[in-house]
Design a protein around this ligand. Sequence first.
Ligand code: NAD
Length: 424
Amino acid sequence: MAEKISLGADGSLQVPQHPIIPFIIGDGIGPDIWHAAVRVFDAAVSQAYGDEKKVAWKEVLAGEKAFNETGSWLPDNTIDAFREYLVGIKGPLTTPVGGGIRSLNVALRKALDLYVCLRPTKWYPGTPSPVKHPEYVDMMIFRENTEDIYVGIEYAADSEESVRLQQFLDQDLKLDYDFRPNTGLGIKVVSEEGTKRLVRAAINYALAQKRSSVAIVHKGNIMKYTEGAFKNWAYEVAEQEFGEQVYTWGQWEKTKAEKGQEEANKEQQIAEEGGKLIIKDVIADNFLQQILLAPRDYSVIATLNLNGDYVSDALAAIVGGIGIAPGANINYQTGHAIFEATHGTAPRFANTDTMNPSSVILSGVMLFEYLGWHEVASIITQALAKTIEEKTVTIDFYNQMDNATLLKTSAFADQIISNFNRTK
Ligand code: NAD
């Protein structure tokens, strides 16, 4: 019998043998890539567990399909379903033009307070890449998902609010700045709680996966009380909550100041040899250089919303582009999680059965890992890797590979399934 996933008293996910998982099929290319992906998911679950386990997929509406059938872009019962069943997956959604909801994705993240945007970037052999050594990239990005300039506190240049805010800054806060006429304003929001829960999740993940380091990516040299505070709170959470399990560059700085550089280096070496997780920080612009120059120095990344947006697309481009970039939005406290392809609806290609379903397939892999169904995740990952390595690919990869075989979306899914047994 199909049952709900729930959260146990100890905060761990309780996954029944036949979990009900809501899905949004998505607009544009959504149906094509979903139909391909779900066949891969079901075949992999059956391969791993026979009849013992099976997902009961439950369709819920959002986007154009919801609007056409119900008059609402994001019906309340869709949000309620994700709330009730805890874990779900979605295809890309059209952003409604002209008023109402700004973005359906943002609305869903907000409703469930999904504070981590998780974006793995790992290269699969054979995937076309613009860099010489894409295999050096293997990073898990934890992007803060609820704060920063994305909160949406913005005032247009010609608005009364902008003028009033300028007056307040000038008169009440004695700001020494001459606003030019017609100036728009935006407010950046970064809190201790928002920072700490994101960084805590990144460190927990890094420890559980035995990763070597967590890098805090920030622009605190310029934005001292938002991004600089993010860095300080991140070190605080590492030192106060994880103690002996981690070694921070903050500690290194302190030892250097008190006992000199040599002692600090010695301390760091002992920590590394002892297998401690290293917590370091890097300024965002430098980080964008480092992912090209020294990607092996980075493993888990914890960063703010806007930096995370730039960084995850730059890294996705290195490992094969948006056709293969999965993502998840997670609240580790409540257990709520929505997995999603990170690309959009590519409307020109709707119903052509040509687009790459890898992004939604790998989002599914993340979902199965989240459920603890690791066997399923590894069957799919290995078969997908094999399919790419053998150059049997969809148009986006085909155009960049020599001697490849072009497959439709549906045939690409068939090829992955037929590769299940060949990867053992
Ligand atoms: P897009 O990601 O839909 O498409 C840009 C281009 O990327 C496409 O023309 C195509 O060449 C390529 N592409 C996208 N997905 C691909 C795939 N699976 N395989 C191969 N190539 C692929 O971006 P856009 O055109 O800027 O946005 C279209 C719509 O999607 C807009 O309404 C936008 O708001 C929405 N959108 C939704 C999401 C989401 O739901 N998560 C994300 C981004 C954009």
